[in-house]
Design a protein around this ligand. Sequence first.
Ligand code: FAD
Length: 422
Amino acid sequence: MSRRFTAAVVGGGPAGLAAALALGATGAHVVLAAPPHRAAGQAPDNRTAALFAGSIEFLKNLGVWDLIAPHSAPITAIRIIDDTGALLRAPEVTFTAAEIGLDVFGWNVPNNALVAGLTAGASKPDSGVTLQSTRGIAQVEIGSDAATLTSQEGDRFEAQLVAGADGRNSLCRTAAGIATRTWSYPQAAIATSFRHSRPHGSVSTEFHRPAGPFTTVPLPDLSSSLVWVERPEEAQRLAALDEAAFRTAVEIRLQGLLGALGEIAPRAVFPLSGLTAERFGGNRVALVGEAGHVIPPIGAQGLNLGIRDAAALADCMAEALAAGRDPGGSAALDAYSARRRSDVTSRITTIDVLNRSLISDFVPVHLARGMGLVALRTFGPLRRLAIREGLQPSQSLPSLLKPDGAALLAERSQRPPRHSAA
Ligand SMILES: Cc1cc2nc3c(=O)[nH]c(=O)nc-3n(C[C@H](O)[C@H](O)[C@H](O)COP(=O)(O)OP(=O)(O)OC[C@H]3O[C@@H](n4cnc5c(N)ncnc54)[C@H](O)[C@@H]3O)c2cc1C
């Protein structure tokens, strides 16, 4: 016999956990079907994510930020250094949070700490989330008033809405018949973190190099994470160096910025690619996180988008519940898709143009990028607009990204709040 829920979330990555908690906060009964965190045989995720102020507000609204903050570090400034070796070198540009009236742009959060904190939140009895540990969902059948999910172990449950947060090869997306557009870049990113002797001063530094950016992001104390984009074969070669040789290679690229380097964490290589779903919801399935969009790790947008997906889906659920409508029906899913379209499309386009301007050999493209940086350096209003838009869209923020978002969401779904801000 199958159990019935308002919503089933498939996938326990950061976006799936965020969606489960956000949907639980509307009062819906939610099941999260996912392999346990750090299941045997799974490689540890050594990435970090720079999460902007709205995403941090989301974590506060769901009562989990206090668990995650001790492992994270604030980012108060972002510095861009042109290291392309182009004929006309663009000026160094530093954006500070203070110039748009913020204390911090956001925080750099280790993925492992984020997943552990969100899992702890979803495990609380008042979260509204039932954790269904499984090796994976094997089948999603779309019905007229509910979808039926079958796990690899043979457990079955029904849900009016399926939040497909099952990553870039999403089974839920296929089951809903949602097509995608995919593309790749001649680049791969090495992700790691390291200790260093000089303080980072809470500044993230992006060296724009001919094969892509080389970016350090602050972590607690004297440590930083690194995302180093190179041609794929060069990325593999560098990642395979022994620790001492890799340390020297990083020190050379850093040009002394963080002093002498100490211990380096394990490295992982991620080929750079892009994906966007033709719509973000349909046939009882809403796509959340990388199931709906994959974006290169440039400008720290991927998971911030995934968190905004989760928050927007919670608003759609709250509105459907308050109106007595089917939360997995076409009206609710069309609304979700429409709310996510411009945010996702604009980020994908901007990051694509920025990335291609770096790797292009065409001199006028370098000139245009350099002039863009000059304009950002000298023209205050443009600078502030660029910073604000880089952090999150200025229009129609979902409830959970706003201060006191849990109460706003409860008001939308016309029920008392389940969580209070941390
Ligand atoms: C090097 C690097 C640096 C990055 N830095 C940033 C950054 O600074 N800021 C930022 O915002 N983003 C960043 N990102 C992007 C961010 O890491 C991703 O957006 C995020 O990890 C995606 O999370 P997700 O939950 O959507 O997908 P995933 O983490 O892929 O999770 C999907 C989950 O679904 C599960 N799953 C799959 N199929 C099934 C099934 N059938 N049944 C059940 N479960 C299933 C998988 O096991 C997995 O746990 C970075 C990415 C990279 C590569």
